[in-house]
Write a new protein. Structure first.
Length: 473
């Protein structure tokens, strides 16, 4: 069957790595391949299956911790099966039925829950369900913690599936690019460390609805995502620049307004305290924002390397250094958006701004890689580059746990851990480099090679420029 301009792009025809790998199963798709999608194994079904299998493998990888490993010395680090979930279930008062943000946790080191409200809501829901299962099966506290992890596993798996399907929908004629998300090793390894996949799924769904030109729904989803994790708000900056360049500021205003209103609707009932004869901002709600400001240089950051390889003392003016570095990166991205000879794709700039945040941040928790997986796939859909980056991230994943394990026994030395940090930084910087190159040389962009403009752009797709700082350059 002869392909048309609306048929899906076949990976074995488009990607050299997939083309070479296809020789193991009979070679690239032939000229009789069906494009009508009438077979049972549609892209949606295949992608869901891949995501579920990949995520289940991550659950198997955590098995050494199920039988008390999360609380038995260095087992959770030496076996790389650590998760925040069972610890926070106890330490944040969820096991005692305490209400996040309203009740104190009882933990002397963290008086209230230090997560945004949507994440706190998911945690509370999972705790309620887990306690119900524990009562039905007459389990002890350790069983209750394991139920909590299992309930969260299914929630996070659902978020992973939503993310994969959203990337498929955002990819236009390239639905199979979402297989990179579904099969990402970092998705399996980091999926149930924390609750980041809630924000990742909402962000991916927001980009999907934007691509479908539903600008208000996109704003609602981005607002919800920002109420689950702070980073999704960063996407509004490149969106503004692209809408400015294309004269689509009305669409941006609707999205930004919907995001702000949604964020306020979700947060204000928790943030506002009318007790004590006046209106106050609730201390439990503020903790997430104050904690981020007050934390020192931590695992995975370039700042930790500088601190440990210096005199070991905390870096002076760390917040200022982080802020200046991020601002400089964002100014560079803004210049790229306005001076590039062809308007960048939304996914490209979205990835760059989130990567800038991660590269300059005070901490890089292993699960932060989940933020970037869908953005990398949409910005640079090439298996070779994706696997190079994933290899760096998987190395860092095992490196950080081996380094922490060394505190109580054998593990990774500080110098070796610094190497894994640098690998993570270099891997992310490499993807930034190829994305910037694609922006400056659009003919090298895999997405635009088939004549597409910006499948993730929505109202920006094929829109003419009306404001360019350097036209014709």
């Amino acid at each position: 069957m002869t392909p048309t301009s609306t048929d899906p792009v076949l990976p074995t025809h488009d990607d050299p790595v997939i083309r070479a790998g296809s020789e193991l199963v009979g070679g690239p798709a032939g000229r009789r391949i069906r494009f009508d999608g009438l077979g049972w194994w549609t892209p949606v079904r295949v992608l869901i299956l891949l995501a579920v299998v990949c995520f289940a493998l991550g659950l198997v990888q955590k098995k050494p911790c199920y039988d008390g490993g999360w609380f038995s010395g260095s087992t959770q680090y030496s076996h790389a099966c650590y998760s925040d979930m069972p610890h926070l279930y106890i330490n944040r008062g969820l096991a005692d039925g305490k209400i996040p943000y309203f009740d104190e946790t009882g933990d002397k080191d963290m008086k209230f829950l230090e997560y945004p409200v949507v994440t706190g809501g998911v945690m509370s829901f999972a705790a309620t369900v887990a306690q119900g299962f524990a009562k039905i099966f007459d389990g002890d506290m350790q069983d209750e913690q394991l139920w909590f992890v299992m309930v969260n596993f299914f929630i996070m798996m659902a978020c992973a599936v939503v993310t994969v399907l959203a990337v498929k929908g955002t990819s236009g004629r390239r639905p199979w690019d979402a297989a990179m998300v579904a099969c990402a090793p970092a998705l399996a390894l980091n999926g149930i460390i924390n609750w980041d996949l809630v924000a990742v799924a909402l962000t991916a769904a927001g980009m999907w609805t934007w691509a479908r030109r539903n600008v208000v729904a996109a704003g609602v989803l981005i607002g919800l995502a920002t109420a689950a994790k702070l980073y999704p708000a960063l996407l509004l900056a490149p969106l503004f620049l692209l809408c400015l360049r294309s004269g689509r500021l009305t669409a941006f205003a609707k999205t930004a307004a919907a995001a702000l209103i949604t964020w306020l609707v979700v947060n204000l009932p928790v943030a506002l305290d009318f007790g004590g004869g006046g209106l106050h901002i609730r201390e439990g709600w503020k903790l997430f924002y104050t904690f981020s400001q007050e934390r020192p240089a931590d695992y995975g950051s370039i700042w930790l390397i500088l601190q440990q390889r210096g005199d070991g003392q905390p870096l002076e003016y760390l917040n200022e250094l982080v802020g200046i570095s991020l601002v400089l990166c964002c100014l560079g991205i803004a210049a790229l958006a306005m001076f590039a000879p062809r308007r960048p794709r939304f996914a490209q700039l979205a990835f760059l701004v989130v990567a800038a945040f991660i590269l300059t941040n005070k901490v890089y928790s292993p699960q932060y890689v989940l933020w970037m997986i869908p953005l990398v796939v949409l910005a640079r859909p090439r298996w070779r580059d994706f696997l190079i980056w994933q290899a760096c991230e998987v190395t860092y994943f095992f490196g950080v746990w081996m380094y922490i394990a060394s505190f109580s026994g054998k593990g990774l030395s500080q110098n070796a851990y610094h190497v894994t940090i640098l690998l993570h930084l270099l891997g992310t910087a490499y993807i930034c480099f190829v994305v910037v190159r694609d922006i400056l040389m659009p003919e090298r962009d895999p997405v635009r090679a088939d004549g597409s403009d910006d499948p993730s752009g929505g109202v920006l797709d094929r829109a003419p420029d009306v404001f360019v700082l350097a036209p014709g350059r």
